[in-house]
Design a protein around this ligand. Structure first.
Ligand code: PGA
Length: 251
């Protein structure tokens, strides 16, 4: 069965000490609790190794927010999937809409990143989602389907089975405008149907599909109560333990 996952996406926030403090505090709070989902924090690269060293056990899992589309070599400023894996991180966000929009990441580039992440035993949290004009034109399903097809559908069933998807309508990210639980469920069900058609029922049913976009303590429970919403990718509300914990506890 698929996992429920709540993943924080810090984006470009927190210096090293702030990140270590947050991770320590989160682990302390979680240690005393019974938690019904996997908890992941996706930090800037610089935090990964030190948080991994500081943490005890696997209550809080670590992820990066990106990795290179090349194996190694003369690519100044890039960080490879192998380097991410060597920090102890288990996840990597790929295809976030901010990467697509501001850094020109295409489905073709993302296909390479996904391949390298999997080769290095990282679990991609692969983001998909439409912009407002696409939703207003009723094209959201086609947009999301194309993103999945172009970046992921050359994967073997075995490899696809390792991927986590995150549906993040771009109009909901950081805007305070969340998709309604019905809009989220409708899209997640559509995504799962798309997976059924390509990889069959078993893989489709075992794939965790997270929702992202202004998810918070107030709306998480209702969003997560949908049958096809298996957790959240949380930006703004993952930056303090007080804001993040109620989302984790929404399961
Ligand atoms: P948000 O970001 O929760 O701040 O909207 C979500 C994301 O971009 O992953």
């Amino acid at each position: 069965m698929r996992k429920n996952i709540v993943a924080g996406n810090w984006k470009m926030n927190k210096n090293l000490q702030e990140g270590l403090d947050f991770a320590g505090e989160l682990q302390t709070v979680l240690n005393g609790k019974k938690i019904n989902c996997d908890v992941v924090i996706c930090t800037p690269f610089i935090h990964l190794a030190l948080i991994n060293k500081q943490k005890t056990g696997n209550t809080v899992k670590l992820g990066a927010q990106n990795c290179a589309d090349k194996v190694s070599g003369a690519y100044t400023g890039e960080v490879s999937a192998a380097m991410v894996a060597s920090t102890g991180a288990q996840y990597v966000i790929l295809g976030h809409s901010e990467r697509r929009a501001y850094y020109g990441e295409t489905n073709a580039i993302l296909k390479e990143k996904v391949k390298l992440a999997l080769e290095n035993n990282l679990i991609p949290i692969f983001c998909i989602g439409e912009v407002l004009e696409e939703r207003e034109a009723g094209k959201q399903n086609q947009v999301v389907k194309t993103q999945i097809e172009e970046a992921l559908f050359e994967l073997s069933a075995e490899d696809f089975g390792k991927i986590v998807l995150a549906y993040e309508p771009v109009w909901a990210i950081g805007t305070g405008k969340t998709a309604t639980p019905d809009q989220a469920q409708e899209m997640h069900a559509f995504i799962r149907q798309t997976l059924v058609a390509k990889y069959g029922e078993k893989i489709a049913n075992d794939t965790s599909i997270l929702y992202g976009g202004s998810a918070n303590a107030k709306n998480a429970k209702e969003l997560f109560s949908n049958p096809d919403v298996d957790g959240g990718l949380i930006g703004g509300a993952s930056l303090t333990v007080e804001a993040f914990m109620p989302i984790i506890e929404a399961f």
